[in-house]
Design a protein around this ligand. Structure first.
Ligand SMILES: [Zn+2]
Length: 409
């Protein structure tokens, strides 16, 4: 494309101006959700949206929506969103880019005098980062109707809904808010796009996560008097199991993420053969079928190792988050926009991190676009995306949203 519709310089200026709110040393940001800094960021964003002629709405979870009307008053809207809150030692791009790219698109449409059939709206989701309040992604969970309000816990006695009131962002249930599709632009937070030397990638889906506790029960014994071949050593059984599961994961699917990040050994005494070992496993993949297959492999391997090592084995699942597959048509629009903007076939990749789009995808056709982030760093003041990459990503998002917001031609 010879000339972009969107203005990368203006988007960059907005990013840098927003970064002054809660600015920390090393060019970082600290804007915890529903803090005074969050209020200032919201106020700045709201002012920009009003200046762009948008109508603003806030829902009961404090999610902000800025709406640019379409030509068809009955048409559902195309939503672009992300989050303005940051980690305590956060950067200038995580979340903020997705919100301000939405704003840039609306500003550019205004400048060019382009009307769309469907309204286009920008969302700022509350407490994506989950720092001041647990669980994270609170706002988008509430919006999607999957939040248990009683489960929301604040740090140092802070109450989510009281804090919304305090900063003036407790809103009303939205009426007439039908969504046609949802798009989110976010920094990659990983190394794939940098390694591939491309500005952007289209996200196929978000990995599912399953956590397991695997217990190996052997028998405590004296380290000096018990011969190696007559032990029931739970740790050695755990070590054999860990190694075999790693090999199994590699042979099953190269995209499996299999981690044993925590091991408990009892009695944890240097001169005692340990009778009990617990492995805490984190398993991730984008496909339920692959996760199920690995679970079966884990169960079979455990039975085998338990017999071989003379221990009892058991597996307990302690957490499960389903994978998300993004909408094929929305991905198609992003692909078409990326081809037109960059002149090349875009990269597709999975997301290892959760995003608000995970919740939106349970309700409406959704998709995500990643922009390259330097060294894959995020949740860190060193977060950085190149201005040229940011401009390209915003333009692709704009073109994809335009295709969607004008309906079938
Ligand atoms: Zn984020």
């Amino acid at each position: 494309m010879d000339k972009y519709l969107t203005n990368g310089d203006r988007l960059w200026s907005a990013l840098m101006e927003m970064a002054e709110i809660g600015a920390t040393s090393e060019d970082g940001c600290r804007r915890l959700s529903l803090s005074d800094e969050d209020r200032k960021a919201r106020d700045l964003f709201a002012g920009w949206c009003r200046d762009a002629g948008c109508r603003l709405q806030v829902d009961p979870f404090g999610n902000m929506f800025a709406i640019r009307p379409g030509t068809d008053p009955d048409a559902p809207l195309v939503l672009i969103g992300s989050h303005l809150d940051t980690q305590p030692h956060g950067g200038r791009f995580d979340g903020v880019l997705g919100v301000l790219a939405g704003l840039e698109i609306l500003r550019a449409l205004n400048d060019a005098g382009i009307a769309t059939k469907h309204p286009i709206a920008i969302a700022n989701w509350t407490n994506e980062e989950g720092v001041r309040f647990k669980p994270g992604l609170t706002g988008s969970k509430g919006f999607a109707g999957v939040l248990d309000r009683a489960s929301v816990q604040g740090e140092a006695g802070a109450d989510y809904f009281d804090e919304l009131d305090r900063i003036g962002y407790a809103g009303q249930r939205l009426a007439d808010f039908d969504i046609l599709a949802y798009y989110e632009l976010h920094i990659e937070q990983g190394p794939v796009l940098e390694t591939a030397d491309v500005a952007v990638g289209i996200v196929e889906g978000i990995q599912g996560v399953r956590w397991f506790e695997v217990e190996l029960q052997g028998q405590d014994a004296h380290a000096g008097t018990t011969p190696l071949d007559s032990r029931s050593d739970s740790f050695m059984a755990g070590a054999v199991l860990a190694s075999r599961l790693r090999d199994g994961a590699l042979s099953l699917d190269k995209d499996i993420r299999f981690t044993i990040g925590r091991v408990e050994v009892s009695p944890n005494s240097q001169n005692t053969v340990p009778g009990l070992t617990t492995l805490h496993i984190d398993l991730r993949h984008g496909s339920c079928a692959v996760l199920d297959a690995f679970e079966q492999l884990m169960s079979d391997t455990l039975a085998d190792v338990a017999t071989q090592e003379d221990v009892q084995g058991s597996i307990k699942q302690t957490m499960r988050v389903e994978p998300v597959e993004f909408d094929a048509a929305c991905q198609g629009h992003l692909r078409q926009a990326a081809q037109a903007t960059t002149g090349t076939e875009p990269v597709f990749l999975p997301s290892g991190a959760m995003h608000d789009a995970s919740n939106l995808a349970t309700m409406v056709p959704s998709a995500m676009l990643f922009v390259q982030s330097r060294d894959g760093i995020s949740h860190n003041p060193l977060e950085w995306s190149e201005p040229a990459h940011v401009a390209t990503a915003c333009e692709i998002l704009a073109q994809a949203v335009l295709i969607h917001a004008n309906g079938p031609v």
